[in-house]
Ligand binder design. Structure first.
Ligand code: FES
Length: 82
């Protein structure tokens, strides 16, 4: 059940470079999974200073770079959230 699952909370950069490189798709991925009842949430932040490796998220206090919905799905599976 979703109540027993680990939660995944992402901070997604929506700065200019990340926006160009696909951060909107990451926001949509989070929203879709949240709407499906999975414990996935997100917030938006401005540029993290890692623009050359956009799009960037922060997860567990660390930056994750060159993120795609596929990479987020891998993280989800690694954490047993699916
Ligand atoms: S715009 Fe995202 S790291 Fe700079």
């Amino acid at each position: 059940m979703a109540e027993d699952m680990q939660k995944l909370h992402l901070t997604i950069c929506r700065g200019p470079s990340c926006g160009v490189m696909g951060s909107d798709a990451l926001v949509a991925w989070c929203a879709d999974l949240n709407a499906a009842g999975l414990p996935v949430s997100h917030e938006i932040c401005g540029c993290t200073g890692n623009c050359t490796e956009a799009p960037v998220i922060e997860l567990d206090g660390r930056y994750v770079t060159e993120v795609s919905p596929e990479k987020l799905t891998e993280i989800l599976i690694e954490r047993g959230i699916s």
